[in-house]
Design a protein. Sequence first.
Length: 193
Amino acid sequence: AEIHATIERIARRFPGLSGVAAPLLARVADLAAQHPADPARPSHGTFRPAQVLLHRGRVGFIDFDDFCQAEPALDVARFRAGVRDCWMRTHVAADGTIPSPEATGAATTALEAACEWFLHHYEAAGHVSRERVMLWETVDLLTDVLHAWTRMSPGRLLAGMLALDDHLRRCGLIADLETLAVARDVGSRFRAA
């Protein structure tokens, strides 16, 4: 519901974006129906890299404001989406300049390896549905893109679009997206707005 409201708000300002996420959201809904959630268990709720503290080989967690019961895939996906977002933002300039496809490709390959490492080690500790992780990660990455639109932040938007595009291609959700081509044009849309 939050995603649809945000899309409507953005489409009022940028009518050309109306309906652009509809095929993706429909596909996510179909896959969610095919892969039911695992039983709920205690969940951080907003588990992101910023909530993890590392000190002398020890790990701690902070910010339990959204602590709840949820399927395990929620926390895993949010963490992975947060890693993707942070990683991509280091590869896109604040003004929205996109690096070469070669540099972006190398970065996303290393990024995917890091995300896979995290998921593999989580699976070793307890069950989590990879399909549900993929779905939640898709929703989280799309939400990041939408929030970047509402904040009129070209660098964050392009980083989010690159992360979402890479994720969708790797998951096979929508293989024919031309997100990178759209992303290259976003800077001019912001300047025109």
